[in-house]
Structures are given as C-alpha cells and as structure tokens.
Design a protein around this ligand. Sequence first.
Ligand code: SF4
Ligand code: SF4
Ligand code: SF4
Ligand code: FES
Length: 985
Amino acid sequence: MVNQFEVTLNGNKENAEGSETLLTFLNKMEVEVPSLCYHPSLGPIETCDTCIVKVNGEYVRSCSTEIKPGDIVETKSDDVHEAQIIAMDRVLGNHELYCTVCDYNNGNCEIHNAVKEMKISHQETPHTSKESPVQRNDFYRYDPDQCILCGRCVEACQDVQVTETLSIDWDLKRPRVIWDKNSPIDESSCVNCGHCSTVCPCNAMMEVGMEGEAGFLTGFREEAMRPMINITKSVETGYESLMTISDVEATMREERIKKTKTVCTYCGVGCAFDVWTKGRQVLKVEPQAEAPANGISTCVKGKFGWDFVNSEERITRPLIREGNEFREAEWEEALDLIENKFNKIKKEKGSDSLAFISSSKCTNEESYLMQKLARAVIGTNNVDNCSRYCQSPATMGLWRTVGYGGDSGGIGDIAKSELVISIGSNTVESHPVLATRVKRAQKLNGQKVIVADIRKHELADRADLFVKPAPGSDLVWLSAVTKHILDKGWHDDEFLQKHVNNVDEFIESLEPYTLEYAEEVTHLSKEELKWIAESIHEAQTTCILWAMGVTQHGGGSDTSTAISNLLLVTGNYMKPAAGAYPLRGHNNVQGASDFGSMPDRFPGYQFVTDDDVRKRFEASWGTSLPAKPGLNNHEMVEAIHDGYLNALYLKGEDMGIVDANINYVQSAFEKLDFFVVQDVFFSKTCQYADVVLPASPSFEKEGTFTNTERRFQRLYQVFEPMGESLPDWKIIMEIANTLGADWSYTHPSEIMDEAASLTPIFAGVNYERLEGYNSLQWPVAEDGTDSPLLFTEEFPLPDGKAKLHPVEWTKPLEFEEEYDIHVNNGRLLEHFHEGNLTYKSKAISGKTPSVFLEVSQELADDRGIEDGTKVKLTSPYGSVKVSCVVTDRVFGKQVYLPMNTSGEGAINYLTSSHSDKDTDTPAYKEISAKMEVLESKGESPLPRNNHRYGSPQPQIGVKVEEKWARKDYVFPGDLVKERRAKKHG
Ligand code: SF4
Ligand code: SF4
Ligand code: SF4
Ligand code: FES
C-alpha cells in the first residue's frame, strides 16, 4: 500500500506519497521548479542545481531529495529563487543564447524554456568558450560551447545504452564531455545509438540531420554563423525580446517540420518514435518516453538508418522482363500480365501450382491480405513467410509445451528478472535496445546473466557466466540442467501438480542426460552445469532468451522445447519477470505468422484443417476454402525443382540470398513459369523475376506491426509513396481484384477490423485502441483487455495445463574431414540482415562498408592470416570469398561470417538444404567449410572508425561528486546563505 502523509508546501498542507522525490511531488502539484539536468527516463543526475528548494529550512536539490512526513517545503521565497538564479547563471555561462538562429529552437529547448519561465533578463556569468573544437561524425555532433554539463548524455550512454563511451572530464579546467579516453568520436567505442542526442536538453549534442535545416535562419556556413549570431544578439537586446522573436520563429517552423509517429522497420524489438521531416528530408528521429517497447532508446538503424527511403535506387515503376532485360511498364500492363499468367497456370495445373510468400517487413494487414489472396482468390494454402528461416522452431517448441508461440511477457519483464539466460542469441547486435535493458539491469540492479554461445559477443563478455557449448549441443546441456534440478528436488512441485501434464513420462525421458554425458557431448564442465542449475534454483524469476543459434539447427524445435521444459519444471511461467523469450528477428516476423501467412494456419494460428474455423472464414470471404495444408517455403523450393510448383508471388523478401543453399534456390527460380517479386529495391531475387512490382516502405504507409513482445503498434504515414510505388496492401488488393475478387478496403484499419472479427485472439484489436503510442499485447479480448503476461491462470491447451514434451538430441550435420572450419553466422549491429536497406546509409556504410570474416588468433597464426587477408571458404554446397578480421570473439577453428552482404561473401552460398526436422527451418548454423588463403595481404574490411576498435570507459552515471569536489564549485544554497549572512551583518 502506498504510504500517504502530510507535508507543508508554501504554507499550505498537502498530501504526499512515500518514496516519491520532491521534484515529482512538485510537478504533480503543478508547482514550477526548473530542473535542467533531470529527465524522467534517467532519474536524478544532480549536476545543474536549478531545482533547488528549501526543506525544513535547508537548501536541497529537489530532484534527488525524498519527501518525508511533516516536511516544510518552500519553493517561492526570494532566497530559493536566488539560489535557482545562481544555478541558472552558471548554465548560461556554458550556453550561448542565440535561439533565433539555433536549429534546436523548436519549442522544446529546455534551456530556452527555463530562461523564459524564470523571467531571466540578463546573466552575470558571461558565456565563454571552452576552447575545445566541435566534435562530429556523420551521425551527430557535439558543441562544447553549448554544453551545460548536465550529464544527461553521459547517464544515457553509461546506464541506459550501456555502451559506456561518454563521461565528463571534471578534471579539465573547463570540463566537457569526452569519448572513451578523450578520443575523437569516430575513433571511440560509440555505436551511434543516438541516446545522447535524444536526451540532450539543448543543441549541444545534436543529430547532424538537423544542422542548418531546422530553422529558417540556420543554414549558414560556419564562418557566416558567428556574425549572424552577433547580429541576432545585437538586434534582440535583453532576453525578453530574444525569447519573443525566437518563439515566433519556432512557431513558423511548426508549419514546415512534420512530426510523425512510426515504428522501426528493422528488428523485432519494435521501437517506436517520432520522425521529424521537412518535405521528403528526414531531420531526425526522436524516440518518446511513452513508447512502450523502447522509451527513449534506439539503435543506430532506427535512429539514423533511413536514407534508403529516398534512395535513387528505389524501384518506382513496375518492371517486366524481356529476355535478359527488364523494361518499365504501366501498372495496368503488369497487372494484366499477372492476371493472365496466374489464371492460365491455375487453369492448366491447378491452384496448388501457385504459391505466395509474405514478408516479415510488411504490416499485419499485408500478411492478412496475402494469405487471403492465396486461399480465397487462388484456392491454395501454399503461403508462408520468412519466419520459416528463423522463428518457426521456437514457435513449435512453445506450441508443444505451453500452447502459444509468443514471448511470455514483455521487455520490462526481462529487465526485472533476477536471472537472464541467453542462448544462441547475439542480443546486443540483433536486438540492440532489448539488450540495453539486460545490460542495465545487470550493471545497476544485480541481475545475473548467463550466456551460452559459441562466440564471445558483447553480452557474453559481460555475463556472470559465459559457457561455450559444442555447436548444436544446447539440448543436451539444457536437459542435463533440468535433470539435475529434478534430482536435487529443486523443481517447483506445486506448479507442476497444478499446471503441468506429462511429468512422469518427461522425467523418465531425461534419464540419459546425466552431467557426465552432458560434459562429454557439450564440453561444459559439471561445475558449469551445476552453477547454471543452482542459479536457476536460487533466482525467484528466470527469463530465457534465445534466437537463431538455437533454432537454425536440425533439432531446433526440440532445443526450443527443452528450454520451455526447463522453465515449466522450475515454475518460471505464469509470473512477471519470468518465462520464454524467443527473440523475433524482423520487425514483423511475429505478425507475419500471426496473420495467417502459414501453410496450415489461418490468422491467430487457427488450423485450416478445422472445419468450424474454415466455415467461419468461408462465410466471411464468401467462397469455399482448401482444407489441405499447403507447402512451406522450403517445400516450395523442392516442389519447383520437382515441377509441381510453377508460379510464385513473393513480396518484400530477398529469398534468393537469405534462404539456405542459395545456388539451389536460385536454380529453382530459374525453373518457374512465372515469378512476381514485389520489393522496394531491385534485390538479388528480383533478378529472377518476370514481373517486379514497386512497393512502398514503412514510411510510406499506414498499418500495424507486432513486435517480439506480441505488441501491436500503429505506424503512420510519413511520406507519400515515391514515384508509382504503392503500399503492399494496395498492390495485393489490385491483384486480387484483377483476378475477380471484389475487395474494397480504403484503409488498413478496415483490414484489421475484418481480421479481428475472424480471430479470437485479436478480437479487441482496432485502430482506435492503437491510437498514437497506445499498444496492445495479444491475446486481446473483445473489450480491449490485452495480455502483457501471456499466461496468468491457465495454458491454452485442452485442459488448461501445459505439457512437458520429451525430446531427443539430434546430432548436428557431420562433414568430411577436409571441411575443418565451423562457419558460424548471424547478424551485425549496424547492418540489417543482408544490408539491402542499411547500405543506402552513407553514414552506416562509412563505418562498416562490407562484410568480413572473424577469425581467431589461433587460426590466424596457423594459416598466416591477418586483418585484410582474403580467403575462400568452400563447403559442399558452394563457396564465398571474403576478407578477414582477426579477433578474440571467436575461438579455434570456428569463424563468424555476418550475413551483411548479397555479394560473393554471402553466407548462403555455403549453407545446405538440411533443415529442422519439425519445421523445415534451414540448419544455417550447421555448416563447415575448408579455407584457402587467396591474398595474404590486403586492407582490413573493418575500417579504423568502426566502434569495435574503441575502448569503453565504464562508470556509473556522471560522477557528479567529482564536480562537487572541484575548488571552483560552491553549492548555490551555501552561496545564498553566505550572501545573506554578510548582508545581515
Ligand atoms: S554510444 Fe555513442 S551515440 Fe550512443 S549514447 Fe553513447 S556516445 Fe551517444
Ligand atoms: S551534451 Fe550532454 S552534458 Fe552537454 S548539455 Fe547535452 S546532454 Fe548535457
Ligand atoms: S533496429 Fe530494433 S533495436 Fe534498433 S531501433 Fe529498430 S527496433 Fe529498435
Ligand atoms: S534537476 Fe536537480 S540538480 Fe539538476
């Protein structure tokens, strides 16, 4: 219960609540107090002193003082105001007020607003230069002369993003922000996540996209700017007129700067933010504290990776193949051709000779329409999406055991968990913002982190325990840990009895998984296994995160099942801060499956084989629907080779480079009678198409995405579609209508309404409920009640109980001895997937221009490899050529090839068609190759300005004590006391 008590505020009795700070209380009471260094998402930093008030006769910083019963608080007295003015004067000594010609003068500059509110008309401490040059890179810039040393950027970098690059050097004569050990930004560990520029209260740390662009009078070259500032200051005598004129200018900006809420199109974390645009120009991305998944956070891609939207390489007109060339065509001609070909092939070879592939980059509504097109218009269940390449095994593991294939809770639950176990997930690079929550919880709140991976990525490096199982052996150690927990009696008996079936059979199935056996197979020591078991036993809550290192194996579904089994045995479901977290890769990989682009399921995972379900869809869609499950992506490729599949319609998916064994996939495309590809760029896959349709990216449409937390979020249209490109939902509707459907959707909200009416788990989802930054986590009841926690009272299985599902280990593929290098592969922070979008960013490409191969020192020594050595890797399925980087992130004969290229280094020239036995997800992680050195010397593929060469300087917060200890610092409250004492003799 909240502890309420009475305090006296400016002479009046008021009620306050225990554990709130004075500043929170004052804000609630609408008593204005400046608070320049305070940011609600960062907490008290205590550097600015502007929030000084008096409590029980003593001057205190209100942002960091806890309110207590009986406190007598004064905020309006002259002496309090004097102390605040002293603090503000120091701020202005560090920050020059040239608001009218400042790009930050957009109504939200906190210094400008504080000067206005405090009615400051002059300053005692003149602004002086810190005599240190402006620092910049291609993402943001730092102007020391405008920096008020509030430390927000440092707090954000150190304790929210936890890259630990920034600090303030309080020992300098004029302190300022520094990167690492005072390196230039581009030689530091900065990952360009943009947290610092997001939280800066002024123009000191600012996105370069804003520079010279936001204001009407700001686009002057540097040498012209100083005279301009001087002119402004001489015209605007006194701060009052300066404030008035600059406020008028700021209001004029509102006309031309548009702020639109959108959701990131890159990864499954689902960051939402406002995009500031001027015409078609992106000025900046501004995350908002209210964004449910990310708050103020972004990674480099979401903050800065939007150049692709306006790229000249966009496809803006339909293209039709003529021989080996493509020619531009009118929409009408392209649609006619599609109609003729689809109808002809359907008539001659049957509906099942056509197939459809949805995109996990597209919206839920677009996934819904694609499967409706396949089922209702063509009459086939041959529809799938790229979750087949990564997520299907995780979903299968959860379906089998707990009934729903989604994260048990939200990102906030992961942050609150006592123990986080991350398995086969390069979280810091693949799910950057989610990873920051783990890093912060570990750094500040003592969260324990265990990482199981074969590569020492950042989270592994930070973990309390990092174990390196033999590749593909996770199921064995997970089962051994589960068995050890049961043997020790550490299982949650009450939970098992109440909520779980099949316990005895499961326990029996664990018999072979002794610690000895696990040690032999996985190479983890018994001590490590026991430590993991003990940690789970000791923690009140455990979350397990996993990703492609688990799923992309022959036994990926079984290993995912073993994870869920372990969580069930230890009672780590049905409570906050616990559970299963399969981290979804693409922005809408969750939603693409949720909305029915699957060969055996309608939206909401309803079976196509279920007569009642099918009847419901038939009644709504006014047509009969096929009951036989269709082909998945993997089976489609086989069927093309076998001659049973003749036409393919694929949207937003570079299958020709991201599927496994691409030589085989590309040769399948060549065999198609008719191939339609819909994309934003002319991808590798487009090269095999007969018709290429120009689609619009997320900025050019409305819709919803569902992130890894099962969270629906709306995106609003930022720009008009470029050229003749169209949002995917419109294109699908056009195609359906040319084929005789009579669809008349005018807005994606109508598509959502239809989907929700047919899908019990989305019953209460609609656009009104998702307005702005509102979100819903499925299942959503008709009245709009959503489910932040997926399981609360029962599991969605026949008798409401979960089911322990026995699994056996599937040995990874074995290769001939000559293929002696294990080729691990996966994502990279700065490029998304193959990089089709992120390479269009000059700034990102400048940091990471190409793919590279990570090689261990041991292997480098053995083969004469150094940074820049070019090698050829050859597997039984193909070969790649790539330059090396020698690193301690990989070990022995294991190398790491990120997937960020469509060129000769593309990983999928090496991978095989071998797949997970239960879902057909390619076993991307089971690949070995032989290595040949092609050129021993060469330029390193990773330029020196890449953050991986940086040298982070971890510390907690901004170390304000060092400021307070400086000889030139006096607490304004003490100064006021001193002045008053002198005055009164
Ligand atoms: S990592 Fe770089 S961009 Fe991110 S907060 Fe730190 S200094 Fe700023
Ligand atoms: S650069 Fe950092 S320390 Fe300087 S004003 Fe901005 S947030 Fe504060
Ligand atoms: S890529 Fe992922 S973590 Fe980065 S901003 Fe986008 S959604 Fe957030
Ligand atoms: S807001 Fe309290 S010290 Fe800055």
